[in-house]
Design a protein around this ligand. Sequence first.
Ligand code: COA
Ligand code: AMP
Length: 637
Amino acid sequence: MSADTGSYAAVYAAAQSDPAGFWGELAEQIRWTRRWDTVLDDSAKPFYRWFTGGELNTCYNCVDRHVDEGRGDQPALVYDSPLAGAQRTWTYRELRDVVARVAGVLRGMGVAKGDTVVIYMPMVAEAAIAMLACARIGAVHSVVFGGFAAPELAKRVLDAKPKLVMSASCGLLPGKTVPYKPLLDEALKIANAANTPCLILQREQQRCELIPGRDHDWSAAVAQAQPADCVTLKATDPLYVIYTSGTTGVPKGVVRDNGGHAVALKWSMDAIFGMKPGDAFWAASDVGWVVGHSYIVYGPLLQGCTTILYEGKPVGTPDAAAFWRVIADHHVKALFTAPTAFRAIKKEDPKGEGVKRYDLSGFKYLFLAGERSVPDDIEYAKRILGVPVIDNWWQTELGWPAISNFAGIELLPVKPGSATKAVPGFELEYVDEEGHPQPDGEIGNLVIKLPMPPGTLYTLWHNNERFEKSYLARYPGYYLSGDAGMRDRDGYCSVMTRIDDIINVAGHRLSTGQMEQVLAAHPDVAEGAVVGVADALKGQVPLGLVVLKLGVTKPEADICKELVARVRNEIGPVADFKSVKVVKRLPKTRSGKVLRVTIRTLADGVEVKVPATIEDATVLPEITAALTALGYPRHAG
Ligand code: COA
Ligand code: AMP
């Protein structure tokens, strides 16, 4: 059975029965400078590598290849910014030329194969160009989301040790300009890397001061640069590092390779997204997140599609019809976004009136991921758009969907609440604490049998030990996803909750443990707990309860304000930490563990099962009173 044809069941079975044959056939669609020796190299289990011996360049496959194969005049990248009032399109030929020049700048600044480059940029086309320029010369990029505060950027700089930072003077958000340069300067200082060379894009909305000798003006450097050619890389060489929240304050540097990544992402565009060369694909995310890496930049370009990079919001730029305007303007065939965006639109336009203003006849699919899609989200989107709405589950670590429906193979019937079925190449299992598979319909920890398919992480940046400890140690032979859910007897998979302290705020992944660390560092705080509570718009938002040290006399309201400011300044505005209250004590077990689930259920207003292990149940009315004062429970709707 070929990987491209047949029913879902047949394709899934083909990937299971002969992974090397399956992925080897798909690899033929990528342009290699040297063919691989081994499709799946399992010589160093549990570290698996794909396409060892193969050589290629990801940038060549994303850009030059399409020029060489006759699609040079096709639009490759569209920048659409209602915030800047700008739209611009690069054809594949134009994209190749500008990427080659930026790559030349990097080379001129001493960046070589294997060096790391941190990219801290807003949603401008240059962010995608920067990523491709790194890939072109074999530099390993690490893109950091703009909504993180300086200390978070500093942690990533410390771990990635960049030879160069690429950034911009400012980002644009509705009603405000966010200066990036002061954050960058502060982060480099914190990371003890203040002399790291920086290439800075001056945006006309707000320019910044450049530090002579260290900072270089992007446009001036590009104007003088010699174009650089694609270098040959091993399939197993790193393409990028992307940091994601771990359960401690130290982010995890997920590493992606070149060969397996290119093969998997290109195939995902066919099989999952149903996209052909020349189609326009729009992932309304941010280049700082994995969705942006995989489906604003690499996936669509590997497939020869036109990709849209949108600097705006679903609402307010200028209204709740912004997405339909972009779809119509750029003939978008498929949109990928987070359910929260649809909840924002629904709030302002419950009847979907905005859709009627635009010609969406070319629009075929909506893909939702990043958080659980509740049946209401899906129903609304389906009703107003009249296209299949495809929930898909994955994570930064996986790089591409592991549970989905399949626009390019077979659209399976949808079951509300389920992201549909395991993607070919992923063997999923739901297990209990001891690792026994759960019966159909019973909730369990979601694990993936090793080896995982190409495109998934192969380690953490310079930290094999943490990779093994975080993901492989708990259930030998399996990857631990950190999510829990269930499979029904028809093989439909659901993902309902995390099993760790990660929460999902408007599709952004954050650690409550990290927020607790920030609270605990306040001089007046003895201890604190942060939980993710249900939110009608953002899915979840963090809520904190703190106990003060004895003898603190400062007004509680002042302390709470300081705590909100601390989380914003230490982690970033994206954490959306706005609710915190002082309490006399926290609910705990007899062994002293904070009962966070109990706090969460009280805040969500669902029935609380008082745990048998609770040390003193009389604390619960106090907690309920504190939550009531914060306005909880806030029933969705
Ligand atoms: N730079 C600086 N600050 C940023 C930022 C950036 N790149 N991105 C967000 N922020 C800030 C926002 O200004 C906001 O700050 P505020 O507290 O001062 O208002 C805070 O971080 C939270 O931002 P956000 O999560 O975007 O919330 P929002 O209320 O501004 O918008 C949505 C809510 C639902 C409209 C928005 O989150 C959204 O469009 N999400 C869907 C798509 C998506 O991005 N998914 C992620 C991965 S698929
Ligand atoms: P990130 O690594 O930022 O992409 O976040 C990944 C996490 O988001 C997953 O581990 C899930 O907890 C959650 N998630 C992503 N997509 C879905 C989905 N379709 N359904 C349920 N949860 C999801």
